[in-house]
Design a protein around this ligand. Structure first.
Ligand code: SF4
Ligand code: SF4
Length: 342
């Protein structure tokens, strides 16, 4: 059997949904696509600047000859009711660096398998070494839809991984998914902040997922914060409204150790959380915020409580006026003034 076939066979046996392999030359168009995005929305330039490492991966990995790209759905997992709609599913069910998950263990095993075949290989499990959606599309594993997410037959609730190898290989599938229906723009209409402003067009700096995680700076001064709705960390709206995701969520299996977090990650309890709990139990899983950024979670929660104000939140908001974190105090005080809470 060809070496490429051996890798795919191993991947499928481990439980990956799909596996394709492309020569690195098939990534060349990615740079143009990234430039097109910045030209369409010039203010997104600082964001895409950070993606340049994905374009220039050959500078760091001159030995790379092919990209093994794989998909694995996370839609099989159950999302605890207490976190549903507040924290994006991808982050709750994140297997990228969670050693307790079968997906992470499979990824390590596959990497070792590739090495055992005599190849040099490298990956970055958190953020990829190449444009992952582009690589998966080139390998014929599925399509990128108007909401910019990558879809396979399992919908968009999937993770993509890629390994660089120093061996020339090609194993491309025939893509069979139908494109978005002609007049569908549900995802664009549903985007709460108009970050998704057209088909395949997005201002990532306005995305709730960006603003509630690593892009969050000063939510009190963020004019879009009142449009975040119920989201505290991440946002699933443009995927959840998509008809191509209808019936794709299975939700039957328990994700390792997630149930244990369902009490800790309620809005009220996030506001009461101490740094030790945050650093030990929350930050390693939700790694887009650093160990020093518990305050951002708390500001996000206050913003949610303001957007969805309920009398039951009154005491939590008032208590937060005495927080050790200045941004939390400022946010809580502003809500108390606005709502006349004493
Ligand atoms: S994740 Fe949310 S905010 Fe971001 S583009 Fe999609 S709908 Fe808009
Ligand atoms: S909501 Fe419609 S336009 Fe948007 S990605 Fe889904 S099918 Fe495509």
């Amino acid at each position: 059997m060809e070496i490429a076939q051996l890798i795919r066979q191993k991947a499928l046996k481990l439980g990956y949904e799909k596996c394709g392999i492309i020569p690195v030359g098939m990534m060349s168009e990615y740079e143009n696509k990234l430039n097109e995005r910045t030209q369409k929305i010039p203010e997104s330039q600082p964001f895409y600047q950070g993606q340049q490492r994905l374009v220039k991966f050959k500078e760091e990995f001159p030995w790379a000859k092919s990209v093994v790209v794989l998909t694995v759905p996370y839609s099989k997992y159950h999302v605890p009711e207490s976190m549903s709609g507040n924290i994006a599913k991808k982050y709750l069910l994140d297997t990228r660096i969670d050693e307790n998950t079968k997906e992470y263990q499979n990824s390590v095993e596959l990497e070792q398998y590739i090495r055992n075949l005599g190849m040099r290989t490298s990956t970055n499990r958190k953020f990829g070494l190449v444009g992952l959606r582009w690589a998966a599309m080139q390998a014929g594993l599925g399509i990128i839809r108007r909401n910019n997410f990558f879809y396979t037959e399992s919908g968009s609730y999937i993770s993509i991984e890629a390994f660089l190898t120093d061996y020339e290989m090609k194993l491309v599938e025939e893509q069979k998914l139908s494109p978005c229906p002609n007049n569908c723009d549900r995802c664009i209409k549903a985007c709460p902040t108009e970050s998704l402003c057209g088909a395949y067009m997005m201002n990532p700096l306005k995305c709730v997922s960006f603003l509630t995680t690593f892009g969050g700076r000063d939510l009190l001064k963020e004019s879009l914060a009142t449009q975040f709705g119920e989201w505290i960390y991440g946002c699933d709206v443009c995927q959840d409204v998509c008809p191509m995701n209808r019936g794709k969520w299975i939700g039957k299996e328990n994700f390792p150790q997630l149930e244990a977090l369902s009490d800790i990650l309620t809005a009220e309890n996030i506001l009461k959380m101490d740094e030790k709990t945050y650093k030990e139990k929350i930050q390693p899983k939700f790694f887009y915020l650093t160990p020093d950024e518990l305050w951002k979670w708390q500001v996000n929660v206050l913003n949610y409580m303001n957007n969805y104000f309920d009398k039951k939140y009154k005491s939590s908001i008032i208590e937060s006026c005495n927080s050790n974190y200045s941004k939390v105090r400022e946010m809580a005080t502003a809500i108390c003034i606005k709502r006349g809470l004493k």
